[in-house]
Design a protein around this ligand. Structure first.
Ligand code: WQD
Length: 338
């Protein structure tokens, strides 16, 4: 079977590519490299001994994407391609709606043309919105998103539900990620944000490497066990395993399934700092800063549906996530840039 990964050169896409190749699938990557580097393809080959087919294209470019379907016998699509910076989505909403929705609609039109009927979507816990009680369960009301990025995920889920309702052959799995961190144990692929990292773990690893001087902790006055924000961190390799099982599931079932991919355990910012220091024997200096706009105090997954439906549960703990994040950063102080 051949699996098309849009945005497959990115952080989660590249880790999913490794696990799909290791599981015997053929992989085709379509990526415009706007938020990833071509070196990722070489690293994937170094890890697996296999090289994915690669197309440098804008996934919303229909003639270009048509070539990908024409030249490869695609059996399923995993759609990672999309802009994902929460803050940027607030200052450039049209860029986010245009790109994230257009890539999805172009994909669906070509999947219909080439009779490809399995669609796994990189969704996000952000679709549960600001008022959802924790733990988040898949049957909960979604919407009430707090930024355009989150709304694009919500809208794409709706597009896919309508597309599947109109085409009984189309099988859709909506994977709602929590907070993916960590890296492949080889240290050859990992998270490589451009500029100052927005997310916690890449910021911590750049403090550990000396690139940044100290971590700013965004608020310690939340109603949580230590006042700092609580999230459900999940190892990116566990997330990748969830995608492999979802490809198998989609091939054997019809209709739409929303599935949380989280550990079901929430850790605070200071829990993560402490775990990182212990896992790597490195001190992380930090200072308490004001809360960040849009941040929620606490959320984590009810992960029981993934276990029931896919036989999946997270295997790697927070210490492994912190150890693997640092192993990647230590071996690649400037990311993929040589
Ligand atoms: C985690 C915690 C911060 C940075 C976002 C998106 C989500 C998904 C994952 C794409 C929070 C605190 C962070 C820092 C800090 N993205 N923090 N200092 O905001 O939970 O989720 O990334 O799919 O959709 O919303 O992740 O890593 O930015 O923050 O104190 O320098 O760390 O306040 O409590 P977040 P994050």
């Amino acid at each position: 079977m051949n699996i098309l990964l849009t945005g497959g050169a990115g952080f989660i896409g590249s880790h999913t590519c490794v696990e799909l190749l290791n599981s015997g699938y053929g992989v085709v990557i379509a990526d415009d490299l706007s938020n990833s580097k071509i070196q990722v393809i070489d690293r994937i080959e170094e890890i697996t001994g296999k090289r994915p087919v690669f197309y440098k294209i804008d996934v919303s470019d229909k003639p270009a994407l048509d070539v990908v379907f024409k030249e490869n016998d695609i059996d399923a699509v995993v759609h990672f391609a999309g802009y994902k910076a929460v803050g940027e989505s607030c200052t450039k909403p049209l860029k986010y709606y245009r790109n994230n929705l257009d890539t999805t609609l172009t994909l669906l039109e070509l999947m219909e043309k080439y009779d490809v009927n399995s669609f796994i979507f990189s969704s996000s816990a952000t679709v549960y919105g600001a008022d959802a009680p924790v733990p988040y369960t898949e049957g909960m009301q979604t919407g009430g998103c707090t930024n355009p990025y989150g709304w694009t995920k919500y809208m794409i889920e709706q597009i896919l539900k309508d597309a599947s309702a109109a085409n009984e052959k189309l099988s859709v799995v909506l994977l709602r990620y929590f907070n993916p961190i960590g890296a492949h144990s080889s240290g050859k692929i990992g998270e490589d944000p451009s500029g100052i990292p927005n997310n916690l773990l890449p910021y911590i690893t750049q403090v550990a490497s000396g690139k940044l001087s100290e971590l700013g902790v965004f608020g310690n006055d939340y109603e949580t066990h230590d006042g700092t924000g609580v999230r459900d961190y999940i190892h990116v390799c566990d997330l990748a395993d969830g995608h492999v099982l979802s490809v198998k599931y989609a091939a054997e079932h019809k209709g739409v399934q929303e599935i949380n991919l989280g550990t079901g355990v929430g850790y605070s910012v200071l829990d993560v700092v402490n775990a990182f220091e212990q896992a790597n024997d490195i001190k992380i200096p930090y200072a308490i800063k004001p809360r960040r706009d849009g941040d929620l105090p606490e959320y984590y997954a009810d992960a029981s549906k993934a276990l029931k439906l896919l036989g999946w549960s997270a295997k790697r703990d927070l210490k492994a996530m912190c150890r693997d994040s640092w192993n990647w950063q230590k071996n690649n102080p400037n990311g993929y840039e040589y």
